[in-house]
Design a protein around this ligand. Sequence first.
Ligand SMILES: Nc1ncnc2c1ncn2[C@@H]1O[C@H](COP(=O)(O)OP(=O)(O)O)[C@@H](O)[C@H]1O
Ligand SMILES: [Mg+2]
Length: 375
Amino acid sequence: MLITGVRLHSYRSYDELRFEPCDKLNVIYGANAAGKTNILEAIYLCAVGRSFRTRRDSELINRSSLGAYVALEVISRGANRRIEFKFSRGGKQVLVDGVPIKRMGELMGVFNAVLFSPEDLSLVKDSPEERRRFMDMELCQLRPAFFYRLQQYNAALKQRGALLKTALETGCAPDPIELDMWDDRLTELGGDIMLVRREFMDELSTLARDINLRITGGNEELFTFYKPNVRFDDGGRDDVRTALNNALYAARNEDIRKGMTTRGPHRDDVGILLDGLDVRVYGSQGQQRTAALSMKLSEIALMRAERGEAPVLLLDDVLSELDRSRQHELLSSAFDCQCFLTTATADGLEDLPEMAVFICENGGLTREGEDALPI
Ligand SMILES: Nc1ncnc2c1ncn2[C@@H]1O[C@H](COP(=O)(O)OP(=O)(O)O)[C@@H](O)[C@H]1O
Ligand SMILES: [Mg+2]
């Protein structure tokens, strides 16, 4: 996976920006608030269809403009592809190879990227929501069908929630037939989500374990696993559906009392153990960060294995948060991917081969020779 051209127009702090990255490491160097993350945000947008910083597309439009435009030229599986986003104050349009797509799912898998930001380093101790996002962001890119399922599940969850909330507010019991209908819908969609997440975590676990052993010099054994909110047997689709349907039914009174759906994959989590102990509780900050790094790096390996080519790696300001050995581990995985790295210091970049340095300042990006980096 290779980005050959980036163009931003009226996007965030940019009026007009065009640049051609190199195939290896691209360092985007600049002061705070210079606009470095804005560039990674626009690139990641083209992989997952939305910003990783906001749900509101209107924030992406330059404050003095009525619309914004993002275009990415990529080589994906040997073919030249073009992804475009056109934002207006009223909505957005996404084009792939010049053709408007009807559903966001059509974008999934066209271009793959893995993003690593300082927030990801706290993946271990963050809320379960962040760990669900960790699974889903990659799964959506790899499996468009998963993306649709998740969208439909969330829509159904909202409807069931509205029914329960109205019941709570009015004091009238909800129609059991209507509840049955929503339970069936959630069961069908949620069951598929649970199976895919489990398969994903099973594959990721081995990779993350190996990487963590490597970073810690063979000392610390990491075990990551899927922790579904509703437990299910190892069987297939029928088992998981039965378990979920029963759980929803059993929690019905509680759900009515609370005015929300308390069971299901929207409450899933990821378990993270180090030498058999919960890293959240017993791990030092360094161990928690290493575990997060291992999990993130294994996402790259997994994507490469599934897609047959490496994703583009986006590293947002993470180097300064890591010590030398972890910096080294991270950057060595960057060597065989195209990588975009933002930084405000030259720390850790001293001996890297094949990098292009872009200075980010005054609303623009200028490519410099390597010696421009003030090391
Ligand atoms: N919609 C917008 N219109 C104009 N400027 C924006 C918009 N959104 C963010 N910015 C500006 O972008 C800058 C932050 O960019 P960012 O990429 O996060 O910086 P950094 O280089 O620190 O990563 C800030 O100066 C902010 O005011
Ligand atoms: Mg930033």
